[in-house]
Write a protein of this length. Structure first.
Length: 223
């Protein structure tokens, strides 16, 4: 076997480790979660509905493929995507899948079909209603995600704090809840909880995949 062939075999074997690490639905979800920032294993397990043990195993595979890295913060181990380029690699796979696989688009469309809580609005219209005091824009992402980037004029009440902080919201105004990205369902849970408590609430669905971009003219605050 020639030296060139040996080299190519070794290179493609190493590249396959990256693709293999990503080619798992749970690990894809973890990468999507980590696209919002660094999280401890416990939070990743909670957001992905997995046990801590299973989450740790998936994270170790991603770490071995050099897609994520970790650091100790007090009593917790935080994981994050190793670089913006690594996140964009996952993002490209996700977007390509949506583009080529009509079943994905159908699943999302069927989920949204007939949903009376979806709000159709331009960014300018929504900002005008917020400025006029007609609407409360509610960000239900984690505090870390909110601090990283959020829509102008939004207030932050993470979903896991919503029940105990519900008194901070007014039933006299329409509430528009949102979370990160087209695949995020935190706002669905928030709307269900608030509607059960008698609030006039709808959700803003962000169709663009990249959280840092602007959405229909809405200004994004970045930190």
């Amino acid at each position: 076997m020639s030296d060139v062939r040996i080299l190519k075999d070794k290179v493609y074997e190493e590249l396959a480790k990256v693709a293999s690490a990503m080619a798992n639905p749970r690990r894809m979800e973890i990468l999507d979660i980590l696209g919002q920032g660094a999280f401890p294993v416990e939070d990743i397990a909670k957001h992905s509905n997995m046990s801590i043990a299973n989450t740790s195993q998936h994270l170790q595979i991603l770490k071995n493929a050099r897609l994520v890295t970790s650091e100790k913060r007090g009593n917790y181990v935080y994981y994050r995507i190793v670089s913006e380029r690594a996140f964009h690699a996952w993002e490209s796979v996700r977007d390509l899948g949506v583009e080529l696989n009509s079943e994905i688009s159908k699943l999302i469309a069927d989920y949204k079909k007939g949903d009376p809580t979806l709000i159709a609005t331009t960014g300018e219209d929504l900002i005008a209603r917020i400025e006029a005091g007609e609407v409360i824009l509610l960000d239900v992402n984690s505090e870390e995600v909110f601090n990283r980037a959020h829509i102008h004029k939004a207030i932050s009440i993470p979903l896991d704090q919503l029940k105990k902080r519900i008194a901070e919201l007014s039933k006299d105004k329409e509430i528009v809840a949102y979370c990160r990205g087209a695949l995020c369902l935190l706002s669905d849970e928030a709307v269900e909880l608030l509607r059960a408590e008698g609030f006039n609430v709808r959700k803003l669905v962000r169709e663009i995949p990249d959280w840092i971009e602007n959405y229909s003219g809405i200004v994004i605050n970045q930190k």
